[in-house]
Design a protein around this ligand. Structure first.
Ligand code: N1C
Length: 275
């Protein structure tokens, strides 16, 4: 009898302890879930606010509509399985306008090109257009079963070909080349051994996408430095000419980087005489 009475409160105490433990674990789980949820949607929110602030610099566009068209390409998708066609609705939502004779392509010369185009209004690169400027320098991807946009741990070029970011640049570059017209310019890097790479976006998408009914000529500006590793006779540039559609004329000129910089900082000089 005595025994039974003293065991009952002991049992009750044990049950209370178990209940307390369960409650503590549950609370911890809730905290972890909330923290995780907040940091994840923080990534989405931060990315979205960069997207909108860059987009809103372009007047007369519905950035909300463009954001939705952009998101449908990769949200809730395997980030290694986003084909370039997934961005078709985005191109429809923010189509490119042709700027004949002023279009500038580039490969492995991003900094020189943009230093120049920032200062002078003569040429238009993809980064000067709405889609190019909104996404320039950003990383993003989705995940199956999630409505979030992630900005870290996204697969890159070495992980898989059809990754979210690469497919975007492939798709917008194809659209940009497709509307090219008149005389187009391309800045290539003359201080590397192979200035034209067939696997670059310029080599695999843009050159092939130039339409002979619209494009008169492709004018390569081969940016050189003191080391002068390559010139216009470089074998890779022969490959470039072979890729051009029949009817598009080809020119190449070696231009020292210092000359491009000087022309950039001299607004009096007409663009046509920069090189
Ligand atoms: O692969 P690339 O260059 O030859 O691509 C450059 C070519 C340009 O003419 C642009 O029109 O393709 C277009 N383009 C961009 O505008 C662009 N902005 C930022 C291609 N890529 C772009 N990026 C990023 O740089 C993107 O992440 C891609 O993978 C690199 C390509 O650089 P590259 O090899 O020098």
């Amino acid at each position: 009898m005595d025994h039974g009475e003293s065991r009952r409160p002991e049992k009750r105490r044990r049950r209370r302890r178990v209940a307390l433990c369960v409650a503590a674990v549950l609370l911890l789980l809730i905290i972890v879930a909330v923290v995780l949820g907040v940091t994840l949607s923080k990534e989405t929110n931060q990315f979205q606010s960069v997207f909108f602030s860059r987009c809103e610099k372009f007047k007369g566009h519905d950035c909300q509509k463009i954001w939705e068209a952009f998101q449908q390409a990769y949200v809730n998708q395997d980030p290694c399985d986003v084909p370039m066609e997934a961005y078709d609705p985005l191109i429809t939502a923010a189509p490119f306008k042709p700027t004949c004779n002023r279009m500038m392509f580039w490969s492995k010369t991003k900094d020189v090109v943009h230093e120049f185009t920032e200062k002078r209004d003569c040429f238009v690169t993809l980064e000067d257009t709405l889609l190019g400027s909104v996404l320039d320098g950003l990383t993003w991807c989705g995940k199956e079963g999630s409505s979030e946009t992630f900005t870290s741990d996204c697969p890159g070029w070495t992980d898989c070909e059809n990754n979210t970011v690469r497919s975007f640049w492939n798709r917008v570059s194809a659209a940009y080349a497709d509307i090219a017209c008149g005389d187009v310019t391309a800045m290539l890097n003359g201080s590397i051994a192979v200035p034209f790479s067939p696997t670059s976006i310029f080599g695999s998408i843009e050159v092939k996408g130039l339409n002979a009914t619209r494009v008169k000529s492709l004018n390569v500006v081969l940016v050189t430095d003191e080391k002068n590793v390559t010139n216009c006779t470089n074998a890779s540039l022969k490959d470039l000419q072979k890729e051009l559609a029949e009817g598009i004329k080809y020119n190449c000129k070696e231009v020292p980087e210092t000359q491009i910089q000087e022309c950039g900082s001299n607004p009096q000089k007409p663009c046509g005489s920069c090189w």
